[in-house]
Design a protein. Structure first.
Length: 127
C-alpha cells in the first residue's frame, strides 16, 4: 500500500509540472501573439505615414497648380483685354474715327466669346 501512496504522491507532482509547462508555453504563445499584433499595428502605422506623406505632397502640388492656374488666367485676361482694345482701334479706324460703331463691334465680339463659353459649359454639364 505504500507503493500506491507513492504513486498518488507522484501524480500531483507530475500534474504540477505539466501545468507549469503548459502555462509557460501558453505564455510564449501569448508573447508571440502580442508581437504579431504589434507588428500588424506597426504595419498599419507605416501605411498611414505613407498615406499622410502622399496626401501632403498632393496637396502641395494642388496648391502650386492652383497658383500657376491663377497666374495663367491673369495673363489670359490681359491678352483678351489687349485683343479687344486692338479690335476696338481697328474698328474705329475702319469707321473713320467714330467710336460708337467700334464700341458696338467690340461689344458684339465680347458677347460672341461669352456665348461660346456658355455653350461649352452647357455641353460639359450635359455630358
Amino acid at each position: 500500500m505504500t507503493a500506491k501512496r507513492t504513486d498518488s504522491e507522484e501524480i500531483p507532482y507530475e500534474n504540477s509540472e505539466k501545468q507549469e509547462g503548459t502555462s509557460f508555453s501558453s505564455f510564449e504563445l501569448k508573447e508571440h501573439l502580442l508581437a504579431f499584433i504589434n507588428s500588424i499595428a506597426e504595419y498599419f502605422e507605416t501605411l498611414l505615414l505613407y498615406a499622410k506623406k502622399i496626401a501632403t505632397e498632393k496637396i502641395v502640388l494642388g496648391i502650386q497648380a492652383y497658383i500657376f492656374f491663377r497666374i495663367a488666367l491673369f495673363f489670359i485676361s490681359l491678352s483678351v483685354l489687349f485683343f479687344l482694345a486692338a479690335f476696338f482701334l481697328f474698328l474705329q479706324r475702319q469707321f473713320a474715327g467714330d467710336p460708337l460703331p467700334a464700341a458696338l463691334g467690340t461689344g458684339g465680339l465680347c458677347l460672341f466669346i461669352s456665348l461660346i463659353g456658355v455653350f461649352a459649359l452647357v455641353r460639359k454639364l450635359k455630358a
